[in-house]
Design a protein. Sequence first.
Length: 372
Amino acid sequence: MASLTLKGIYKIYSGEVKAVNDINLYIRDKEFVVFIGPSGCGKSTTLRMIAGLEEISQGELYIGDRLVNDVAPKDRDIAMVFQNYALYPHMSIYDNMAFGLRLRKVPKTEIDRRVKEASKILDIEHLLNRKPKALSGGQAQRVALGRAIVREPKVFLMDEPLSNLDAKLRVQMRTEIIKLHNRLQTTFIYVTHDQTEAMTMGSRIVVLKDGFMQQVDTPQNLYDFPDNKFVAGFLGSPQMNFIPCMLVEDGETLYADFGKGRVVIPEVKKKKFKDLTKYIGRQVIMGIRPEDIKNDEEYIEAHPEAQVKAVVDLVENLGAETYLYLNVDGLILTARVDPRCKLRADDKAVVAFNTTRLHFFDYETDETILNR
């Protein structure tokens, strides 16, 4: 078991192209940390530097108390699971799982014990005599996990291991990996661009953009208290609505004014502004998640100060919920509402914002202007 420490880690390619910029991160022993971000954000490059497959341009990487910048991948006591499984097609599943141990001259009886134990954990005991071409995608992914487990490493690294699977199998394998982490009690570092995987699997999430760490926190804190507009928009499906607005104060009442819409900002939210006087009379970005735009009559009637008039552009019924695409003075907002909603395209509608759940960001820097 081991912790990891990344101190000022950079990856710089020729031409001074910085793929990873100043990553400072401490990953606790037995933690499940997920790296997430759009394509090209540096998440896989960071993982490969931890594995030793990419050279660190600058900074220090520790596994436990050991500096490993110049340690070969095979000597770092890590195991990596790749997106493409990388199984040897001419070998049986048993031999695929045992191969790395044989290279390390592990005794035959110990190899047999580890392979059979890992195959039992992953429910692939009946597959040990098959060749990879006889496996489904989910079975092949289990074998790739099993090959990592038999190593009994201090750290598991996983680079988008579920991206080649269909939607139903991804959900199943996601659950299996969470159970595996709970059972093995080992440090897991997992790279994905899928926010659902990140939110459901990670004890902490590292959000990356353009090689920079944007925020590191628990899934719920990232969702509830994003540090900037990018994090707010990246996590959540459908993504957060962003509304350019003016903060206007009338006596003791604070309003968010956006064209034909105007809502009162409640006192509990007003107190959270870092420097309210700086933003009075200035344009800011207001954020509201789709589930915080309400269309049920009881809520609307109880919150006249938060009502907004709209025209329904489009209705998407997903069975368990419905998405309303609302046109508010040319601005399209997405609301997640009850599936029995009666609204249809081109209907006029009144909705109400849950103003206690509003977010506000600086118009120029995109940084949050609220305290937690």
